[in-house]
Structure formats: structure tokens, C-alpha cells
Write a protein that binds this ligand. Structure first.
Ligand SMILES: Cc1cc2nc3c(=O)[nH]c(=O)nc-3n(C[C@H](O)[C@H](O)[C@H](O)COP(=O)(O)OP(=O)(O)OC[C@H]3O[C@@H](n4cnc5c(N)ncnc54)[C@H](O)[C@@H]3O)c2cc1C
Length: 403
């Protein structure tokens, strides 16, 4: 397989890089440096800038606001966004719901919901997991009963990222309790401000608020908000979870994190010389970098594979497993490099301000220390969300190894 990047693709990378350098507001770029969860206003401003260029959802079909870029160009685009530390866009809307609506939504739903997503005007949350239904998602119990022209929804979702920012939630609901578990599930769009919806925060170990519980009590949802056919929700959810084969590798994020570890280790001392020259630390950094390069080559293989190559479709779990492990390792190594200094600066939940811890002062500019410890703690979740590592290993055993 030839992975040489063509001159045209190199020129494309330059074009994207120049655009971001010219257009990404400096205050947003500065906050993005900490890799903390972006505030909604930052994401919206940036999405509006991208949307004016027609670049807020490159992976959608061109006639619905996307682009006709090749998979490699979409990857290059994401890589440049991460390199510039641009805010992570509304992933739930752009990467999860958007492709489902493009493929299975009615024309009315596409016209109504897709343009505000592209412009960052309407924010979406993903309501799949429930207190007793995470890995075993098909056991979900949130009930939606059809009552004439509307559904009546009762139940609870949990771990719902950004639901406190969200205007809408796309939820898997049980519409037919008598059917087999997977067959009784439907995909419903719910306005989060409807009476009977309650959003409660879950504070995470990094002192941040991104997670929530969402309760539904006799919530009236117009029947026209059902996506596709009743009982097909499981099929749409599977489509959504495997749609982007390489995104779950988060390789661009991790490459940037490795650069940061190298920078920190070159700035900090280990008591004798520079930390980066400490053989034990240097070996860990080299190993991590080699593993990330190998992951990027694995991603390149997938990007260069033919669309109809069957092996490429089963590779998403492999990339998610490896990518999430490396993402955790990179964040932990950055925290290890900072050592005690990592405790002196944590961002507030919005990532805007610095909370100094008593008695500790870093030999670094705050901008370099801030967010590192919080990120290392939150990254523990990367091997859990989007399907845990144990579940990915089971999929790999069955699909890739035929066990
Ligand atoms: C930061 C974060 C953000 C999230 N955001 C969202 C969101 O926006 N929307 C949403 O719907 N959900 C979200 N989730 C939920 C996430 O999808 C679930 O946490 C995940 O699917 C695991 O489910 P669970 O937490 O119920 O754990 P469980 O399924 O109870 O698993 C507990 C442990 O048992 C293991 N296990 C379970 N079943 C098996 C098995 N069959 N074989 C081997 N091991 C097994 C798991 O690997 C895990 O280690 C988020 C989670 C986190 C941590």
C-alpha cells in the first residue's frame, strides 16, 4: 500500500492550515491550549466561522452541507484542527446524530435540524446509556408509548455529556416492550426544554461538569420526531457507532499530547538535568511516540483502503481500543512530567481561569501547567465511553479473529 501524500493533498493541508491561522480567534485558541472541555460560546463562534467556509461538517454528504473530500482529506482537516488547538466541535450533533439524519431522517427532519447543527446554533446530547444499561445497551428501559400524534416518554438516561448545554437530546427509547430487546427500540428526538425533562449534573474527578443525569417524566414528544421506522432504533444506533471508522483512534489529539509531553520534559528538571534526558522518562516518551506513530500508520491503512474493503469495516474497534489506551497514556505521562507542579493549577469548570493551590508554584508559565492534571484524570474515561475496552476486545475476537 502506498501512503505517499500527493502534492494536491499537501497543498490542501497548507490551505487548511492557513485558514485556521487566519480565522481561529486568539482567545479561543488560548483556551483550547488547555484541552479542557470547550465552553459552548467558543464552540459556537468557531462553528459559525467554519460554516461560512462550508467546513463545519466535512464528513456529511455534500448536498446536505458536507464536502466531497476524500477520507484522507477529512483526516488532514481534523489533524490541522487539533494541531491548532481549535475547540472540539459539537461531536454529538456532527459525528453521531448528523450522519443518522442524513441517512435515515425524513426530508422535513433534515431541513429542520441539519442547518442549525452546521452553524452551532442548536446543541445536541446523546441519550443512550441508562443506570443499568451501558455495555448491555439493548436492555434499556426508557419507555415511549405512542398516544395518537405523540409519544409519552418516561425513564432515565445517565452519563449524558453536555446535556446541560443541550437544546435537544436524541434518545434510544423502548417503544415495544413485547418485542425482542433490540427490535423494540426506537430513535427519538426530544426538545430538552419540554416539561417533564430534568437535567442534573454529575461532577467528574477532574472537578469538571460535562456529565449529567436526564430524567423523563410524562414527557410529550410529537410522533413526527421519530427518526426512520419504529423498532429500528438499534440499527440506527449501530450505524452511528461505527460510521466513522478512524475517528475513535483520536490520533491527532494524542500526537499533540505527545508534543506537549516532550515540551514539558524539555522545560522541567529531574533534579539533575532536563527531565527529557532522564533515561527512564526518555524511554517512556520514546515508546509512547513509537506507539502513536504506529497507530497513525494503522489509520492511514484504513484511509487508503477501498470503500468496499470488508476488513476496513471491522477495524473501528481495534482503533478505538488502541487509540483510547494511548490517549490515556499520553495524558498520564504529561502529568508525570509535571509531578507536584501539576497540583498548582487546575482550570475552573469552564477552563477560563486558574485556581492556584496554596504553597505551590510551577517553574512554568501557567499556560503550560494548566489543565494537564485535570486532563489526565478525565482521560481515564476514554477506555469507557463509546464502548469499554472489554467490549471492544469481544468485538475484535468475534469479528476480526472469528472466535
Ligand atoms: C466521560 C463519559 C462520557 C459519556 N457520555 C455519554 C453520552 O453522552 N451519552 C451516553 O449515552 N452515554 C455516555 N457515556 C456512557 C458510556 O457509554 C458507558 O459508561 C459505557 O457504555 C459503559 O457502560 P456502564 O458505565 O454502564 O458500565 P457497565 O456496562 O456496567 O460496565 C462495567 C464494567 O464491566 C465490564 N463489562 C460489562 N459487560 C461486559 C461483558 N459483556 N464482557 C466483559 N466485560 C464487561 C465493562 O467493560 C466495565 O469495565 C459516557 C461515559 C463516560 C465515562
Amino acid at each position: 500500500m502506498d501512503f505517499t501524500i500527493s502534492a494536491a493533498d499537501m497543498a490542501f493541508r497548507e490551505e487548511v492550515r492557513s485558514f485556521i491561522e487566519a480565522e481561529l480567534p486568539t482567545d479561543i485558541a488560548r483556551r483550547g491550549q488547555h484541552d479542557y472541555h470547550s465552553a459552548r460560546d467558543d464552540v459556537r463562534r468557531w462553528m459559525q466561522i467554519l460554516n461560512r467556509k462550508g467546513w463545519s461538517a466535512p464528513h456529511w454528504p455534500a448536498h446536505l452541507g458536507g464536502t466531497d473530500w476524500s477520507p484522507l482529506r477529512k483526516y488532514i482537516f481534523q489533524d490541522e484542527l487539533r494541531r491548532a488547538r481549535a475547540p472540539v466541535l459539537d461531536r454529538c450533533a456532527l459525528d453521531l446524530l448528523g450522519p443518522v439524519l442524513c441517512a435515515f431522517g425524513s426530508q422535513d427532519q433534515q431541513t429542520r435540524f441539519l442547518p442549525p447543527i452546521l452553524n452551532g446554533d442548536v446543541w445536541w446530547a446523546q441519550g443512550f446509556s441508562e443506570p443499568n444499561s451501558g455495555s448491555d445497551l439493548a436492555s434499556l428501559r426508557t419507555r415511549a408509548e405512542l398516544k395518537g400524534d405523540h409519544y409519552l416518554v418516561n425513564g432515565q438516561k445517565t452519563w449524558t455529556s453536555e446535556a446541560h448545554y443541550a437544546d435537544w437530546i436524541f434518545a434510544l427509547v423502548r417503544t415495544d416492550p413485547a418485542a425482542k430487546p433490540q427490535a423494540g427500540i426506537s430513535f427519538l428526538l426530544i426538545d430538552i426544554r419540554t416539561p417533564g425533562v430534568t437535567v442534573r449534573p454529575i461532577w467528574s474527578i477532574d472537578e469538571g461538569h460535562t456529565l449529567n443525569e436526564v430524567f423523563f417524566e410524562d414527557v410529550v414528544v410529537p410522533a413526527e420526531n421519530l427518526v426512520g421506522t419504529a423498532g429500528m432504533g438499534w440499527t440506527y444506533a449501530k450505524f452511528l457507532l461505527t460510521h466513522e471508522r478512524t475517528t475513535s483512534a483520536v490520533v491527532s489529539h494524542t500526537k499533540r499530547d505527545v508534543d506537549q509531553v516532550r515540551h514539558l520534559a524539555s522545560s522541567l528538571s529531574d533534579g539533575g538535568g532536563k527531565l527529557v534526558d532522564n533515561p527512564a522518562f526518555g524511554a517512556k516518551l520514546a515508546r509512547l511516540q513509537a506507539d502513536v506513530i504506529a497507530l497513525e500508520w494503522a489509520v492511514m491503512r484504513v484511509l487508503h483502503a477501498a470503500d468496499d474493503d470488508p476488513s476496513a469495516n471491522t477495524v473501528a474497534s481495534l482503533l478505538k481500543l488502541r487509540g483510547s489506551e494511548l490517549s490515556e497514556r499520553a495524558a498520564l505521562l504529561a502529568a508525570e512530567a509535571l509531578g507536584d507542579y501539576g497540583l498548582c493549577a487546575l482550570p475552573d469548570p469552564e477552563g477560563h481561569h486558574i485556581l492556584h493551590r496554596d504553597g505551590l508554584a510551577a517553574p512554568l508559565h501557567d499556560d503550560e501547567a494548566i489543565g494537564v492534571t485535570a486532563r489526565a484524570m478525565f482521560r481515564r474515561a476514554t477506555t469507557i465511553y463509546g464502548g469499554t475496552s472489554e467490549i471492544q476486545r469481544t468485538i475484535i475476537a468475534k469479528s476480526n479473529l472469528g472466535l
